[in-house]
Design a protein. Structure first.
Length: 370
C-alpha cells in the first residue's frame, strides 16, 4: 500500500463510493455489480491487495492492478493517552498532515476525523484555526482515516473497542469540503461498506447556513453546531463566521434541518471559557435563544494550547451553567475531556499545515464562503 506522498496515474478506489465504482467498472467494460464486491473487500474487510479479492476473476484482478490502486494516507505517528484515547498523525503531501482521534468508551468507540488541512474560519479558541489553511482533503484522505483506524484497531490485541461512531470534529470545517465529505459519508452509511446509522455519523459545523440546507437535502446525518455564545456580539469575536451568518439565521437553518423529523435534534457545542461565555446570565440567554429549536447542548471544558489567552471555566461554574439549562428543559451534558495528555482533546488538533492563506484574509466576512 502506498501513502499519499506517492502519486501515480492509477485511479485510487478509495476516492469512489459504490455509485462511483459502478461507473468506473462500466467505463472499463465490466458489469456494475463488481462495485458491490469491491466495496466490501476494501471497506468491510480492509483489503488493499487485488489478489486477495477472490470472487473476482484472475483477468479482472490483473487488470485492476494495472489501472487502479487502494491508497490511504500513511500513519506518521501513533500516540496513546493514559485514558485509552489514541491519536494518529497521517502524512499527506509534502509538509501537510492531519490528525485523527479514536475515543473508546464503555458503550461505543468514536472516531474523530478531519476534513481539511487546517481551517479557514479562525475561531479564536481552536488550535487548528490558529494554524491557517492549506487545502481540502480528498475522499480517499477522509475515508482513509476510518479505513486505517479500523485496520490498526483490528491488528491491536489490546484494543477493546471497535469504531461504532464517526464525528467530523477534527481539523477543518466539513461543509467547506462538501462534496468530498458527503461522498465519504455515503461510504460510511453504505451497508456494503461500514453500515453506520445516520445517527452515528455527525457533522460539526460553525454555521454555514446554505450548506446546512444542502446537507439536509443530500445526506441528512446528525448535525452539531459550534455555537459557543448566546449573542451575536460575543459570537462575532469567538466564531468570525457569525458576521456572515448571525445566530438567528443559523437557528432558523437548524429548525429547517429538523423539520418533519421528530427524532432529530441538533447538538449545540458550547466551549466553556472562563469569564468569557460562562456566566449564569449567559446561560439564561442561551435558554432563550434555543427556545423552539429541537436541541441538546454539549458543554465542552476548554482545552488549552500554546499561545492561547483563554482559560477553562472552573468545574463548579460549568455545573451551575449546566443546571440552569437543564432546569429549563434543555438536554445538557458536560463533555468529558479525553486524550489531553497527547493533545487529542477537543480544540487541540494541529497536525501539520503549510498555510496558504494570510491570517488577515481568513476572517469570515472576507473569506470566499457560500
Amino acid at each position: 500500500m502506498r501513502s499519499d506522498l506517492e502519486h501515480t496515474d492509477k485511479t485510487n478506489l478509495l476516492n469512489l463510493d459504490r455509485r462511483g465504482l459502478a461507473e468506473f467498472f462500466a467505463g472499463h467494460g465490466e458489469r456494475p455489480f463488481r462495485a458491490q464486491q469491491v466495496v466490501q473487500w476494501i471497506h468491510q474487510y480492509g483489503v488493499d491487495d487485488f489478489d486477495a479479492m477472490t470472487n473476482l476473476g484472475k483477468d479482472l484482478r490483473a487488470r485492476l492492478k494495472e489501472i487502479a490502486e487502494i491508497r490511504a494516507p500513511g500513519v506518521s505517528r501513533d500516540q496513546q493517552a493514559e485514558d485509552g484515547t489514541r491519536k494518529w498523525l497521517l502524512g499527506l503531501d509534502a509538509g501537510n498532515g492531519v490528525e485523527t482521534v479514536f475515543i473508546p468508551e464503555d458503550d461505543r468507540g468514536t472516531l474523530c476525523v478531519s476534513s481539511q488541512v487546517g481551517c479557514t474560519l479562525a475561531c479564536s479558541f481552536c488550535a487548528t484555526g490558529r494554524q491557517g489553511f492549506s487545502r481540502n482533503l480528498t475522499v480517499a484522505e477522509i475515508i482513509g482515516q476510518l479505513w486505517q483506524a479500523n485496520r490498526l484497531l483490528r491488528a491491536d490485541p489490546k484494543a477493546e473497542r471497535v469504531i461504532t461512531n464517526v464525528v467530523f470534529m477534527g481539523m477543518g470545517e466539513p461543509l467547506l469540503n462538501f462534496d468530498n465529505v458527503v461522498t465519504a459519508m455515503r461510504l460510511m452509511l453504505d451497508d456494503f461498506a461500514y453500515g453506520l446509522s445516520w445517527r452515528r455519523v455527525t457533522v460539526s459545523t460553525a454555521g454555514l447556513v446554505p450548506l446546512i440546507d444542502r446537507l439536509r437535502a443530500e445526506c441528512p446525518v446528525a448535525l452539531a453546531v459550534s455555537l459557543h455564545a448566546p449573542n451575536d456580539a460575543l459570537r462575532d469575536e469567538l466564531v468570525p463566521l457569525n458576521k456572515k451568518y448571525p445566530i438567528r439565521e443559523l437557528l432558523d437553518a437548524c429548525k429547517r434541518y429538523t423539520a418533519g423529523e421528530p427524532r432529530r435534534r441538533i447538538t449545540f457545542e458550547y466551549v466553556m471559557l472562563d469569564e468569557v461565555n460562562d456566566s449564569l446570565a449567559q446561560a439564561r440567554e442561551l435558554v432563550r435563544i434555543l427556545e423552539g429549536v429541537p436541541a441538546k447542548v454539549n458543554l465542552i471544558p476548554f482545552n488549552p494550547f500554546p499561545q492561547t489567552e483563554y482559560r477553562r471555566s472552573p468545574p463548579e461554574r460549568i455545573d451551575r451553567f449546566r443546571d440552569i439549562l437543564m432546569q429549563a428543559g434543555l438536554m445538557t451534558i458536560t463533555r468529558k475531556t479525553r486524550g489531553e495528555d497527547i493533545d487529542a482533546a477537543c480544540g487541540q488538533l494541529a497536525g501539520k499545515v503549510q498555510d496558504r492563506t494570510r491570517r488577515g484574509r481568513r476572517a469570515a466576512g472576507q473569506a470566499n464562503l457560500p
